[in-house]
Design a protein around this ligand. Structure first.
Ligand code: KIV
Length: 256
């Protein structure tokens, strides 16, 4: 699918997006008909082990985008522009081009950045918006738009992004009523994470969906569809046991 085809799904079919940071996961997502892959800067936390996304560099995003592009040959890949990679429209253009050369078909930018978006689009780079909780600048990870003023600002930002022509926008951690109103008021598809069921699509961080989590406290919206922590732990324990008691490698797994 390309960005236009994603836009055409609004009101017709829910859009499925997941994050991927490597070749193997990208390959599995593509084989299972995910509509869009996001090389999210959440990799700062779930891949690099940092407390937030504020240390993610362009080099890291390029590295992971290249790996994902090798695994997903036909799925639309959007790469996050990391913090400080779009401080000016000119820097944004240079960096967005690098991400596209690495294999991204579109880039995602946090917040309402009209000049950046206009310049990228002028150079035929598709942009995904992102409103609500903005992890690159947020001091605390918490629900946004709880006061009428905050909600109004998020609504205005989403209308502005829509007017600018983003091909979709992430709504992160906002009350369901607000996501519903935005989804109704904008032409472009909304992709929710912690934004309730009325969005045009949903995204989750892949490691959280798979139950690979180091945190005790997960956000309310995270649903773990399996528990890879346990699955991997069991395999590792069995391997260690067999090595220690001489059971592995056996005849079948040895060259003769
Ligand atoms: O970085 C990321 O994974 C994201 C999603 C949470 C939307 O921006």
């Amino acid at each position: 699918m390309n960005p236009n085809q994603i836009q055409a799904l609004k009101g017709k079919q829910k859009i499925v997006m997941l994050t991927a940071y490597d070749y193997q996961i990208a390959r599995i997502l593509e084989a299972n008909n995910v509509d869009m892959i996001l090389v999210g800067d959440s990799l700062g936390m779930v891949f690099q082990g940092n407390p937030n996304t504020k240390q993610v560099t362009m080099e890291a995003m390029l590295y992971h985008t290249q790996a994902v592009a090798k695994g997903a040959k036909t799925t639309l890949i959007t790469a996050d522009m990391p913090i400080h990679s779009y401080d000016t429209p000119e820097e944004a253009l240079v960096n967005a081009k690098r991400l596209c050369q690495a294999g991204a078909h579109a880039v995602k930018i946090e917040g309402n950045q009209p000049e950046v978006i206009k310049l990228l689009q002028k150079h035929n780079i598709s942009v995904m918006g992102h409103v609500g909780l903005l992890p690159q600048t947020a001091e605390k990870y918490q629900v946004q738009g709880k006061t009428p003023e905050q909600a109004d600002q998020i609504w205005r930002d989403s209308l502005e992004l829509d007017r600018l022509g983003v091909f979709s926008m992430v709504l992160e951690c906002v009350p369901e009523w607000l996501a519903r109103k935005i989804t109704h008021d904008v032409k472009t598809p909304t992709i929710g994470i912690g934004a309730g069921k009325y969005c045009d699509g949903q995204v989750l961080v892949i490691t959280e969906l798979l139950g690979m989590v180091s945190k005790d406290h997960l956000p309310k919206f995270v649903k773990q569809y399996t528990n890879l922590d346990k699955v991997i732990g069991k395999a590792v324990t069995e391997f260690a046991h067999e090595v220690r008691n001489g059971k592995y490698p056996d005849k079948e797994h040895t060259y003769h």
